[in-house]
Design a protein around this ligand. Sequence first.
Ligand code: OOG
Ligand code: MG
Length: 259
Amino acid sequence: MNNIHQHAEHLLKAEEENHLVDCLTQDHPDLSLEDAYAIQDRLVELKQEAGHSISALKMGFTSKGKMRQMGIEDPIHGKVFEYMEESDGAKLVFDEYLHPKAEAELAFKLGGDISGAEVTAEEVLEKTECVFPMVEIIDSRYQDFKFTLPDVIADNTSAKRVVYSNQLFSPEDFRLDDIGVTLYKNGEAAIRGVSSFVMDHPANSVAALAKMLHERNGTGLRRGDLILTGGITEAVLLAKGDHVVTDFEGMGSVSFHVR
Ligand code: OOG
Ligand code: MG
């Protein structure tokens, strides 16, 4: 479909110029999931042509909270770029965003390749070199954060920024399905959750990504890949001046300011 390129350019422009657009499915109600991933691929390619490099893969809609909040029940995946990365204590500039929301996640860094249709959480854990807590800042390019599944896939799963912890942890030292998380906004607990909210165990999210890649084009995950396993709870809307501290039980906290 020739429109793939136009849709990708349209979404990239919205992201770069920081303005909202209508859902693609408004004028193209037949947009398939395959088309949507083709648009995302083209968008990613355009960023790479502009000199940006991919630094992580992200999963979305992997917890009930996120599914309920967005009215979508199927996991999706997208790409995170180096220029999106911030570290603990970051200062984010509100004017660079449309309607940013924060969500707490666990990231997995792989020490081995994972591929095939039968990947399990056990295999993922065996091949995980380290894990760390992080907060993703999503910022859909669509009005009111309202979209259908193909729309959000095409929009690179609302990817915008990531704030990483400075500390890495060994997967053997934790029960990774039992990490309590509390996101504090301006000193008050805005939301709480447990890492098991992500597909019963966040390693299942990594396994699901490997399977989706296998089904789509026979590829898989590679040693060195970093995977963001998806928001543990609903995402929390941010405003100018907000100070966010997200506490991950036993793993310290990740904080940032919005100015
Ligand atoms: C899509 C991004 C979903 C997650 O962790 O569930 C996502 C969105 O909610 O706009 O990143
Ligand atoms: Mg996310």
